[in-house]
Design a protein around this ligand. Structure first.
Ligand code: HEM
Length: 483
């Protein structure tokens, strides 16, 4: 019996050693190319993921980048994140290179876990069709198309502030900002206004966000499994909305201009081909997901910085009140008003620089290429990082100082301010986000001044920056006369 146990242990030890050897060997062989960028490959499977993620959990995602830039003295360094070899591209020259080589040398890449949670157009359309559809998206979100929605955004903001902020002494900002941006998205994308319906859709999004940043283990009860289920649930709901709308349009019960969904159903490409139901569902889901937390993070940090910097608050208040005072009773904001909000937008841009909602994005090398004298093998993942320029004193002197003046005149140097990315994959929701952020600022400052309830609330970046406790604030309403 003893002999049997010893043999079993030896066998187990042998298999473990063999597995580790294969893992290390495979891991090393993934990097065994001559003249790749300097850097470390970390452990098999994990690579340097823990260091990459933990610098964000501690609130300083830029630390991972700047530690390595200093160590390797190169704008490109290699690492291994989520088990794959990657090169991190830093600075404006690298940003320009990646943004302008889209679909030539590089293509977007998401970890498998994300693809599992959001199975996309590639399942229903060929790659070429998916590319064509992508081209249509900016058409629905360009400023001219969005102008007609400003009044609706303002009305929704009025309703939101009356329901959740008015007559409260204290509020928790982050959940309210999320509810604000989500209800606008539901109304403008697909005319869903009923609060219970909005709530039914917004709940599962929390599971999706938690699943994306969890271990990709698809077993009942895991956050990853809940995220997959939540994504399926939302897709089903959106499919039902799309079908109903098709019917309503055919029966003359819905308007062609009432929202982005109608616009998509009635728009064809240059060959006269209309998007099918599944493609439209993908697009609407993409917009809901892309626009869900990003703009609410921006709104939350605007509230935080305006509380901390009263002189900036005063300047925003002056600009917004000039617009508010020129309005007749009940008149909503218009495109001309938005154009006057220059200082407020500079403040929002400074927020997007210091607390960028997205830290960067991955690409995949479509073929072998050489950049800055370094060999990048086909299949390697490449990452552009907003912080490598946003927090770099070379491009933004005193990078941690809040200074909206940086955006006056010509503003930052090209490819240094990149909260929305750049090139063909630049965020298609940029102008939409600008409008909703400015409408939020207008409605907030004309009603309140506020102070933070927690002096030193931690910021966690996971994967977006958020105040750890949701940013509780005390509200001080303005006298109605000052409106
Ligand atoms: C302050 C708010 C926002 C920020 C900072 C932001 C930032 C970004 C960034 C950095 C990307 C990735 C670009 C890349 O891959 O290089 C992106 C993609 C995207 N964003 Fe936004 N975004 C914001 C708001 C929105 C909104 C409101 C919408 C929807 C209306 C939206 C829809 C999308 C979509 C659909 C994509 C994917 C585009 C593609 O795959 O080509 N975003 N966004």
């Amino acid at each position: 019996m003893e002999l049997f146990l010893i043999s079993l242990l030896i066998l187990l030890f042998f298999f473990l050693s063999l597995t580790l050897f294969i893992l290390f060997h495979n891991h090393k062989s993934l990097f065994s190319y001559p003249n790749t960028p300097p850097g470390a490959i970390g452990l098999p499977i994990l690579g340097e993921s823990v260091e990459f993620l933990s610098s964000g959990w501690k609130g300083h995602p830029e630390k991972f980048i700047f530690d390595r830039l200093n160590k390797y003295k190169s704008d490109v360094f290699k690492t291994s994140i989520v088990g794959v070899p990657a090169a991190i591209f830093c600075g404006p020259i690298c940003n320009k290179f990646l943004f302008s080589n889209e679909n030539k040398l590089v293509t977007p890449w998401w970890p498998d876990s994300v693809n599992k949670i959001f199975p996309s157009t590639t399942q229903t359309s060929t790659k070429e069709e998916a590319k064509k559809l992508k081209k249509l998206l900016p058409q629905f979100l360009k400023p001219e198309a969005l102008q007609r929605y400003i009044g609706i955004m303002d009305e929704l903001a009025e309703r939101h502030f009356n329901s959740f902020w008015k007559n409260r002494e204290e509020v928790l900002v982050f959940p309210l900002a999320k509810s604000f941006t989500f209800s606008i998205a539901c109304r403008l994308f697909m005319s869903v206004e009923d609060e219970i319906h909005v709530e039914r859709l917004s709940g599962p999004f929390e599971h999706i966000a938690a699943g994306i940043i969890s271990m990709p283990i698809d077993l009942p009860g895991t956050p990853f499994n809940r995220a997959i289920k939540a994504s399926k649930f939302i897709r089903k709901e959106v499919v039902a909305i799309v079908r109903q709308r098709k019917q309503d349009l055919a029966e003359g019960k819905a308007l062609a201009t009432q929202d982005i969904l109608s616009h998509m159903l009635l728009t064809c490409d240059e060959n006269g081909v209309y998007m099918n139901e599944s493609d439209i569902t993908d697009k609407i889901l993409g917009l809901l997901i892309g626009g869900h937390d990003t703009a609410s993070v921006a709104c939350t940090f605007i509230v935080k910085f305006l509380a901390e910097l009263p002189h900036i608050y005063d300047a925003v208040y002056t600009e917004q009140m000039e617009i508010a005072r020129a309005k007749a009773e009940g008149e909503t904001l218009k495109w001309e008003d938005i154009k006057k909000m220059k200082y407020s937008w500079n403040v929002a841009c400074e927020v997007l620089r210091i607390a960028s909602p997205l830290q960067g994005a991955f690409r995949e090398a479509l073929s072998d290429f050489v950049f800055n004298g370094f060999f990048i093998p086909k299949g390697w993942k490449l990452y552009w990082s907003a912080n490598s320029t946003h927090k770099n004193p070379e491009y933004f002197p005193e990078p941690y100082k809040f200074d909206p003046g940086r955006f006056e005149g010509n503003g930052p140097l090209p490819y240094t301010f990149v909260p929305f990315g750049g090139g063909p994959r630049m965020c298609p929701g940029k102008e939409y986000a600008k409008l909703e952020i400015l409408v939020f600022m207008h409605n907030l400052v004309k009603r309140f001044k506020w102070t933070k309830l927690l002096e030193n609330e931690n910021i966690i970046v996971n994967p977006m920056p958020i105040p750890q406790k949701g940013l509780p604030v005390r509200l001080f309403p303005h006298q109605p006369l000052s409106l």
